[in-house]
Design a protein around this ligand. Structure first.
Ligand code: NAD
Length: 481
């Protein structure tokens, strides 16, 4: 069923059934390109959450006992269904999150592949046999940790949920996932693929609600064995503390404020083009988005000129319109935050090279923005901007640039541009980040781990490491005689 705006009706998925939720309370879903309400998301009650928890407890028993080859086959079928539906899922995503259609459909295709990758990796979750005394069999097994409570945000409406769902299900866990109330239909479309692929009831439960009510209830429940969160540092800190109180491990994929160091021997034009492309993807609403540009003083003008040209070439518009390369911000909170960060920087002496304000039209559109002469104490240099805004500042000494780059509590992504292998190694060793890219600003890949250090969180998603949080290690020693 779809609404008048072509947006599907959204429901909760609990114990294998789509349902409305106990009290009939809902929250509006807004198209950020038009500010129109395009649907309503049901909010779970405590009783709904308890049903989801009971279902996850039962679902875990069923799923862990399902042979791994069968589990993998179901996950592959779900991935194939998602691939077939990628264009439609992309359209839903654009309606509720704003990103351009090609980017949205690309995300749906990519996450189908994430699922395939984790499904296959589950078949290699080997234990080991350890040499021991004669007559003793000493083994190490890896077992699913149990039901998972997961919380994911709105910036990657398919990527966020799928990273958690694919790892949990591949490991043999069940999951209750609270996807974002702002992008719920994309999450529901993913869940529908699993349902149609034959996933047993209760293994995957999707809820929406008042975020704090949902996380309080799920994290405190004895059913839940792992808390997995993607989102901001303050909320991550809160949920990690709750998990700690309940003596549960957690996986925290939090924010960043990624430095880009452009060294004196780099090609400033190439560096500016690559960095600008990454900056404006998803309107800068990416946890690994390059967001502080530290450029050697000798390259500053050339880099800034090219970066500004690239910013001005971005086609801002409704993601459903062909030719759009950057959509609106996903919600009004981001718009207000960017206006505040820009005003603060300008008040402290920054110069706007391009952009700097919201577009004069309905929708949460903010112009691609380049600022120079931004002092280090500007909020923009210290707070994750999560938007299409680039402060460019000069440096003269690489140690000084490394000190600025490492000077914040964040440690998610970092980028360096240099022609020298020795300098690349200095950056690789010296930058405090979980993800480092040299001479490019490419995105994450399924095959390799992503995650932060310092306040950006702990645990890894992607790569074989992704299953670590979802598996426990059990030592079994068996005296045979
Ligand atoms: P926010 O920090 O309040 O929310 C972030 C996410 O956490 C949302 O999906 C929200 O529903 C959820 N959340 C909030 N409180 C929660 C709670 N008590 N229990 C469970 N979930 C809860 O604010 P926001 O306006 O949505 O985003 C603001 C900032 O968050 C951004 O500026 C960015 O720094 C960060 N963020 C990071 C990521 C990421 O990928 N790491 C994604 C989205 C937002």
């Amino acid at each position: 069923m779809t609404t008048d705006h072509g947006h599907p009706a959204v429901r909760l998925h609990i114990a294998g059934e789509w349902c409305q939720g106990g009290t009939g309370r809902t929250a509006p879903i807004v198209n950020p390109a038009t500010e129109e309400v395009i649907g309503a998301v049901p909010l779970a009650t405590s009783a709904d959450l308890d049903r989801a928890l009971e279902a996850a407890a039962r679902g875990f028993e069923t799923w862990r006992a399902t042979p791994v080859a069968r589990r993998t086959a179901i996950l592959h079928t779900a991935a194939d269904l998602l691939t077939e539906r990628a264009d439609e899922v992309g359209r839903i995503m654009t309606l509720e999150q704003g990103k351009p259609l090609a980017e949205a459909a690309g995300e749906a295709r990519r996450v189908a592949d994430t699922l395939r990758w984790h499904a296959d990796d589950a078949r290699r979750a080997y234990g080991r046999i350890i040499p021991s005394a004669p007559g003793t069999l000493l083994t190490v097994r890896r077992e699913p940790i149990g039901p998972v409570a997961a919380f994911v945000p709105w910036n990657f409406p398919a990527g966020g949920p799928m990273r958690k769902i694919s790892s949990a299900l591949a490991a043999g866990c069940s999951i209750v996932i609270k996807a974002s109330e702002e992008t719920p239909a994309t999450a529901a479309a993913l869940v529908e693929c699993f349902v149609e692929a034959g996933l047993p009831a209760g293994v995957l439960n999707l809820v929406f609600g008042e975020p704090a009510e949902v996380s309080d209830r799920l994290i405190a429940s004895p059913v839940v064995r792992l808390v997995a969160f993607t989102g901001s540092v303050p909320v991550g800190r809160l949920l990690a503390a709750k998990a700690g109180e309940a003596m549960k491990p957690s996986l925290m994929e939090l924010g960043g404020h990624a430095p880009v160091i452009v060294c004196a021997d780099a090609d400033p034009v190439k560096a500016a083009r690559r960095a600008a492309h990454a900056k404006f993807v998803n309107a800068g609403q990416v946890c690994t988005s390059p967001s502080r540009f530290l450029v050697h003083a000798s390259l500053l003008e050339e880099f800034t000129a090219e970066f500004t040209r690239a910013a001005e070439a971005v086609v801002v518009g409704d993601g459903l319109e062909p030719g759009t390369t950057m959509g609106p911000l996903a919600n009004e909170r981001r718009l207000k935050a960017l206006e505040r960060l820009t005003a603060d920087a300008v008040a402290r002496g920054a110069r706007i090279r391009t952009g700097g304000e919201r577009l004069d039209r309905p929708g949460y559109f903010f112009a691609p923005t380049v600022l120079t002469d931004v002092p280090r104490d500007a909020e923009l240099m210290n707070e994750e901007p999560f938007g299409p805004i680039a402060p460019i500042v000069p440096f003269t000494d690489l140690d000084e640039a490394l000190a600025v780059a490492n000077g914040l509590p964040y440690g998610l992504a970092a980028y360096g541009f240099t022609d020298s292998a020795a300098t690349a190694e200095r950056l690789s060793a010296g930058l405090e980040a979980g993800i480092l890219s040299i001479n490019h600003c490419g995105g994450s890949v399924h095959e390799a781990p992503s995650g932060g250090v310092k306040d950006s969180g702990y645990g890894r998603e992607g790569g074989p490491e992704a299953l670590d949080a979802y598996l426990v290690t059990k030592r079994v020693s068996h005296l045979l005689a």
